[in-house]
Design a protein around this ligand. Structure first.
Ligand code: ADP
Ligand code: MG
Length: 295
């Protein structure tokens, strides 16, 4: 497995909703934070990531959850508002701009702009430009669901065609450079070994290639049924379990044919969303990636 994934500045975790993107982002963040300063950035109006760390909700703020680990739930609008505040500085003026219908229409409607704002925020955190942000070496971005995953990465190209000047133009160019550079930005796709999510993951891989000329760095197949252990042949629960497991194996085979890049497999664990789940997944992912023990 490419240890280089761990040298990136930005790691985008993407996949269909509900497959475990947030869990994986928290897991990767935990692994990375053993050596680096990490921000796990969640872009979802329904906050989840804090629960995985047993922390209070972020509500847009940075929350420290470990010695080198922070999380933040980001509202995309936040980013441009911050830019306006920094550029204008005069509170009265800032208020008027933020309230003006033109500004609101602009930030709410232009295609790709919200996604750009998210990436711009990540870049600013890496550069230490966000006033309240902790200094970090890597941002793990828990991206919105699949289609959005590609549109997120394609956004700088889209926006860059339209806005070339001013603070947003400058930020757009820098973000485009960041996400186009495979040595700086990693892409991790999460899926389940079930028909729909696996098909979407395979489509996502094709779209990344078509639209961005990028290959994903890692496929994570989450929530795999472990082989059922020695239950009675006619026990209905055991039967169901074995059927699930066979389905998983069938989809793993299909993914194997469509996906030449590295793959990690994580088991379905009998645990609620929380710290214990992340601790277990971190240990499992460490083993899957062939990493050594924690420092
Ligand atoms: N390997 C796993 N074993 C058990 N539960 C898991 C595992 N991975 C994720 N979950 C649970 O599945 C649900 C969906 O995961 P989540 O990370 O929130 O998905 P997403 O962010 O893709 O919508 C959560 O309740 C989470 O705790
Ligand atoms: Mg999520």
């Amino acid at each position: 497995m490419s240890p280089t994934l761990f040298d990136r500045e930005l790691i985008v975790v993407t996949g269909k909703g509900g497959v475990g993107k947030s869990a994986l982002a928290a897991t990767l963040g935990t692994l990375l934070a053993e050596r680096k300063r990490v921000l796990v950035l969640e872009v979802d109006p329904r906050e989840n990531v804090h629960q995985l760390f047993g922390a209070p909700p972020s509500d847009g703020e940075f929350v420290g959850v470990g010695p080198r680990l922070h999380l933040q739930n980001l509202k995309p609008g936040q980013v441009f508002d911050q830019l306006i505040r920094e550029k204008l500085r005069i509170p009265q003026l800032v208020k008027r701009v933020l309230k003006s219908p033109i500004y609101q229409q602009f930030t709410g409607g232009a295609p790709g702009l919200e996604e750009m704002a998210v990436l711009g925020h990540a870049l600013r955190a890496l550069r230490g430009l966000s006033p309240k942000a902790p200094q970090v070496d890597v941002v793990v971005l828990d991206a919105p669901a699949t289609g959005h995953g590609v549109s997120l990465l394609a956004a700088p190209l889209l926006v860059g065609e339209v806005i070339q000047h001013g603070p947003i133009g400058g930020m757009t160019r820098e973000v485009a450079d960041l996400v186009a550079d495979a040595e700086r930005t990693g892409i991790v796709v999460v899926t389940l070994a079930e028909e729909m999510p696996a098909t979407e993951a395979i489509e996502l891989r094709a779209m990344l290639d078509q639209r961005l000329g990028r290959r994903p760095d890692l496929l994570v197949v989450n929530r795999l049924y472990p082989p059922a252990a020695g239950s009675a042949e006619d026990d209905p629960a055991a039967k169901l379990w074995r059927r699930r497991r066979r389905l998983n194996e069938h989809e793993l085979e299909r993914l194997g044919r469509a996906w030449p890049e590295p793959r990690a497999e994580l088991p379905l664990l009998p645990l609620e969303r929380g710290e214990e789940l992340i601790a277990r997944l971190t240990a499992d992912l460490r083993r899957e990636l062939g990493l050594g023990a924690a420092p």
